[in-house]
Design a protein. Structure first.
Length: 323
C-alpha cells in the first residue's frame, strides 16, 4: 500500500512538473469538489440541528457565503504564482472597480455588518428609508421584506415583497420593532370638550386598555427586563396611561377642547387590531359621558379627521354588540 501511494505521489509530481497548468487545473477541480462536499455536509448538519426556520435560513446563507469565500481563497492560493505576475494590473483593475461599483462594495460590507452586528435578523419587523416589513431573506447584496405598509410598519401585510440594498445600512437609520421581543408602545389620541368629566373618562379608558392588554403585561415585563440588563435606558411604564394636554392650536372653540392621549404596550404585529379593539371600547365610554361623537378622533395613521355621523353610529352599534 505504501509503495502504491509513493508511486501515485511521484506520478503527480512528475505530471505537475511537466504540465504545470494542467496540474493546477486538476488541483483547482479537487479543491472545488471538496468545498462542495463540505458545504453539503454543513448544510445537512444545519437542517438537522436547527429547527427554527428563520435561524435555519440565516445559517444556510452564512454557510453558503463562507463556502464561496473560503473556496475563492483556496483557488487563488493554487494560482498564486501566476497571479503575482499580473498583480499590478489586478490592483489597478480592482481600484477602478471599487470606484465604479461603490454600491456593490457597500452592499458586500453591509452583508458583513449583518453577519457580525445583527442590526436585524430574519423575522424582524423593520423600517428603513420608508420601506417597512418583516425580513424574510438576507441575500448577498439585498434584503427581502414582506411589506407591512405604514410608516411605522403597523398596518396589515399587503402581500408585496420589497427589496432594498445593503448599502442603505450606511446611509439610513434602521427602526427595528422586534428588538424588545416584539413589543412596542403605541398611542391613540382624541379631542373632547374641556367641560367633560375628564377624570371619569380617563379612568374608564385606562381600565378598558388594561383589560385588552392584560395578557401582554407578563411577557412585556420580561422583554423590558432584558433591555434594561443590556442597555442603560429608562423605559416608560407598561400599564396603560391616559395623558391630557391642550390641542396643538391652543384652547379654541366654544366650549374649549382638550386632547386625551392613551399610551399602552402592544405586540408589534397586533397594533392595528389593538387600535380597532380600543376604538370600539372608547366610543361607548364617550357616549356614556355625553361627549359622543368626539370632536376630533386622532391617532396613527396620520391624517385621521373627524368622524362622520354615519361612521360614528356604525362604531357605536359595534360597541353595543361588543358589550
Amino acid at each position: 500500500m505504501t509503495n502504491q501511494l509513493d508511486a501515485l505521489r511521484e506520478w503527480a509530481h512528475a505530471f505537475s512538473t511537466q504540465w504545470p497548468m494542467a496540474g493546477q487545473g486538476l488541483t483547482t477541480l479537487v479543491v472545488v469538489l471538496l468545498a462542495l462536499l463540505a458545504h453539503r455536509l454543513v448544510r445537512t448538519l444545519i437542517d438537522r440541528a436547527v429547527t427554527d426556520p428563520a435561524h435555519r435560513q440565516s445559517y444556510r446563507s452564512l454557510a453558503r457565503y463562507l463556502w464561496i469565500l473560503v473556496g475563492s481563497v483556496l483557488v487563488a492560493g493554487v494560482w498564486l504564482e501566476e497571479l503575482t505576475t499580473v498583480g499590478l494590473v489586478l490592483t489597478g483593475v480592482l481600484a477602478a472597480l471599487l470606484i465604479g461599483l461603490k454600491e456593490v462594495f457597500l452592499g458586500l460590507m453591509g452583508r458583513v455588518v449583518l453577519a457580525v452586528v445583527h442590526p436585524y435578523r430574519i423575522g424582524d419587523r423593520i423600517c428603513i428609508n420608508n420601506v417597512c416589513g418583516d425580513v424574510i431573506n438576507l441575500g448577498l447584496l439585498y434584503t427581502w421584506v414582506f411589506d407591512s405598509g405604514g410608516e411605522d410598519g403597523s398596518h396589515q401585510s399587503s402581500g408585496r415583497v420589497l427589496t432594498f440594498p445593503h448599502a442603505w445600512l450606511f446611509q439610513h437609520s434602521i427602526t427595528n420593532a422586534s428588538q424588545m421581543r416584539g413589543y412596542v408602545w403605541d398611542e391613540m389620541a382624541l379631542e373632547i370638550p374641556g367641560e367633560a368629566p375628564l377624570a371619569a373618562i380617563m379612568s374608564s379608558i385606562e381600565a378598558a386598555a388594561g383589560t385588552l392588554g392584560e395578557a401582554d403585561l407578563a411577557p412585556a415585563r420580561r422583554a423590558t427586563a432584558r433591555i434594561k440588563r443590556d442597555f442603560a435606558v429608562l423605559l416608560p411604564p407598561l400599564e396603560p396611561k391616559v395623558y391630557v394636554t391642550l390641542p396643538h392650536d391652543g384652547v379654541t372653540g366654544s366650549p374649549p377642547r382638550v386632547c386625551l392621549t392613551i399610551r399602552y404596550i402592544v405586540p408589534t404585529r397586533a397594533i392595528r387590531d389593538r387600535r380597532h379593539q380600543l376604538t370600539l371600547a372608547i366610543l361607548p365610554i364617550l357616549r356614556g359621558a355625553g361627549v359622543f361623537p368626539p370632536e376630533n378622533f386622532i391617532g396613527p395613521p396620520a391624517g385621521a379627521g373627524p368622524l362622520g355621523e354615519a361612521e360614528a353610529e356604525a362604531r357605536s352599534d359595534a360597541g353595543q354588540d361588543g358589550e
